[in-house]
Each structure stands twice: as structure tokens, then as C-alpha cells.
Write a new protein. Structure first.
Length: 370
């Protein structure tokens, strides 16, 4: 496969309502898409970086800069020897920048699979035709507002509720949701690193609510701290931001820091590395699930294929398009009986809608092989 040109598209997609976590509150999904043209066809991908370096060290402008200055020249230089599988080893010399690397690898893999008339699900070895859908509920201004949204999502049919938490918004909202909906509700919490080792006693109080897991409670670099917390509390500790590669996942599991793993392809460098993390986790009897980054249909489609792999045993954040957007940029993904269908078409299995791209695009830039 030969890479001929790459288009970088910045989009501002309105959210239906503000989404607040422990590190930010957003009303727009500001996102970068990567669109590749190869001699085998086109491919599309969504970069997981935020506008600001708040979730990780990566951000839009930085991701686009490293793509243009370093990543794309190396991939253009491969000529017709390029494959999606060669992206990671070719770019290994570039430290970090996993979200930028994931975006270009995914777009190339999409093009490669479209050319072979093969779906993402087939490529990854997925075994399900639909995946159970959970929903992530942001931090709210009041308990009444929280219950309004939780009630609405449950009525829509979501099978699992994830509550974002931070100091001052943890015990009481979790208590209210558990007491309102009872012990059978699949309920978990996500701290996005908002706590420290000094908060272990506070986090232990959550044990009484029989949660599925607590996600990334403390700093992502404090793997030992997570292992100590896992020994101290009954709620299973799940790692998100910490897991950036299969090697890190293996270390976290061996140390006892990860009783459950959240796999986000953009965070780990792409779907090929995601499959390796899945395989490491399954080999160690560690459940995995697929997290979300407010993806549009382009990112959601590939995530659904990943979440259909056999080791994904917990509902993920692959919600319906209507969870976040009045208008998605592909045909919308719909929740049916608590599940979302896995795309079966070639590549990621969906195409962007040109008129909607034009409506939300802020900038479009082409980079061509010299």
C-alpha cells in the first residue's frame, strides 16, 4: 500500500449537554480527523487528543504538528512497502505521541481493510455481532440533575451506569443512585486521577455500594499507589490513564495494580496495540472493557469492533450517537435492547457524511507525498 495524501480536519461538534469530569467541562467535541488517500482507497480515523493537554499530554495542535513534521514524512518514505502493521515499528523512535500515531495507523488500517474487503471486527478476531452499552454520566450541579440524567439513560435501555467523581462529589451521589435503583444496577465510578494516597479511607467508604469498579482513582504514574489501594479496598481497581501499552498492562497486572483494564485505542497507540493488551489481560484472567473519548461515529465504529472481542466482558462506554450528539457525522449508532450493532462493512464499516463534515469543519489541510 502506498500513502499518497493525508487530510487533517479540525471539527467542532456541539454536544447535547455539557460533559464535566474532574479535569474539564466541555460543550463542544473539538476533534481532529485523519483522512488518508492510498493506492488501495481511502481511510478515516479520529484522533483522541483533546483541545488542551488535560486528559493526557497530547492536544490537537501538538498532534497535528507531530503528524506533519515527523510522522507523515516517515510513512511517505516507505513508498509501496507501507502497511498498517509497519506504522508502530517505523515510528518507534518518536517518543510518546500515541494519540497521533493511533490516528494515522487507524486511518491506514481502515484503507487497507477496505481494499481487502475485510471488516475491523474480522481483522481483530471479534466474536460478537453486538455489544452491551454502558453510559458515562458527568459531574452535575445538583443531585436532582444527576437523577434526571441517570433515570433517562436507564429508560433508554443502557445496561450500566458510570458516574464521574471528584472530591466533594463522590460518596453522596453514588449512595443516592445505588439506593434509588437497587443492588442489581451495574454501577461503577471514574475519578480520572482526582484523588491521592491520602484519600484511601474516603475511597474505602465506596465499598458499601458493591461497585463494579473504581476507575483510575489516583495519578496515572503512581502504579504502586494503585496496587496499595487495591489491597486496601474491596472495590476492584481499574486502570485507564496508566495503561499506555501491553508492556505497562503486563506490569500493572503483575504488581496487582490492575484488577480490571480499560482499553482506549487512542491512548495506547492504536487498535493493533489494543489487541495485544486484550491478549495480555485475557491470559492473566483480567476483565477488559472499552472506554470512550466522546467519539463521533468514525471513532465509535472502530471501538465497537474492538469491544466485540471475546475478552471484553463488561459493558463499555460505546454509547449510542444520541448520548452526545444531536447530529453525528456518520449514520447514527442506535441503542437496541441495551446493545449496539458492530459494523460489518469493509474497514471501520461507516463513512462520514460530506455535508455534515462541511457544517462542523473548522479547518481542512492536505499534506501530500513529495
Amino acid at each position: 500500500m502506498k500513502l499518497e495524501a493525508v487530510e487533517l480536519i479540525r471539527l467542532n461538534v456541539p454536544l447535547k449537554s455539557a460533559f464535566r469530569t474532574s479535569f474539564s467541562s466541555v460543550n463542544l467535541h473539538q476533534v481532529v480527523w485523519v483522512h488518508v488517500i492510498t493506492d488501495q482507497g481511502e481511510g478515516w480515523a479520529e484522533c483522541g487528543a483533546n483541545e488542551r493537554p488535560d486528559y493526557s499530554s497530547e492536544y490537537h495542535t501538538g498532534a497535528m504538528a507531530v503528524l506533519k513534521e515527523f510522522i507523515l514524512p516517515d510513512l511517505f518514505a516507505l513508498g509501496d512497502q507501507l502497511t498498517a502493521e509497519l506504522v508502530a515499528p517505523t515510528l518507534e523512535w518518536i517518543k510518546g505521541h500515541r494519540m497521533a500515531k493511533a490516528a494515522i495507523e487507524t486511518a491506514l488500517l481502515d484503507a487497507q481493510l477496505r481494499g481487502a474487503n475485510k471488516s475491523f471486527a474480522q481483522y481483530l478476531g471479534s466474536t460478537k455481532t453486538k455489544v452491551p452499552a454502558g453510559v458515562s454520566v458527568g459531574i452535575m450541579d445538583s443531585m436532582d440533575e444527576l437523577m434526571h440524567y441517570v433515570d433517562g439513560y436507564l429508560n433508554e435501555g443502557y445496561l450500566r451506569i458510570k458516574l464521574k467523581i471528584e472530591p466533594g462529589w463522590d460518596y453522596e451521589p453514588v449512595k443516592l443512585v445505588r439506593e434509588t435503583y437497587g443492588p442489581d444496577l451495574l454501577l461503577q465510578v471514574d475519578a480520572n486521577t482526582a484523588y491521592t494516597r491520602d484519600d484511601f479511607d474516603l475511597l474505602k467508604r465506596l465499598d458499601e455500594f458493591n461497585l463494579l469498579l473504581i476507575e483510575q482513582p489516583i495519578n496515572e504514574e503512581d502504579m504502586l499507589g494503585h496496587a496499595k489501594l487495591a489491597d486496601y479496598i474491596e472495590t476492584p481497581v481499574c486502570l485507564d490513564e496508566t495503561i499506555i501499552s501491553a508492556d505497562i498492562a503486563r506490569d500493572a497486572i503483575e504488581l496487582g495494580a490492575a484488577e480490571i483494564v480499560n482499553i482506549k485505542p487512542s491512548r495506547v497507540g492504536g487498535y493493533i496495540e489494543s489487541k495485544k493488551i486484550h491478549d495480555v489481560s485475557v491470559a492473566n484472567n483480567i476483565p477488559v472493557w472499552c472506554g470512550g473519548m466522546l467519539e463521533t461515529g468514525i471513532g465509535r465504529a472502530a471501538n465497537l469492533a474492538l469491544a466485540a472481542m471475546p475478552g471484553f466482558t463488561l459493558p463499555g462506554d460505546t454509547s449510542a450517537s444520541s448520548r452526545y450528539f444531536e447530529t453525528d457525522l456518520t449514520e447514527p449508532f442506535v441503542l437496541v435492547d441495551g446493545h449496539i450493532d458492530v459494523p460489518t462493512g469493509p474497514g471501520i464499516g461507516v463513512d462520514p457524511i460530506p455535508e455534515i463534515i462541511e457544517r462542523f469543519a473548522v479547518s481542512r489541510e492536505w499534506i501530500r507525498a513529495s
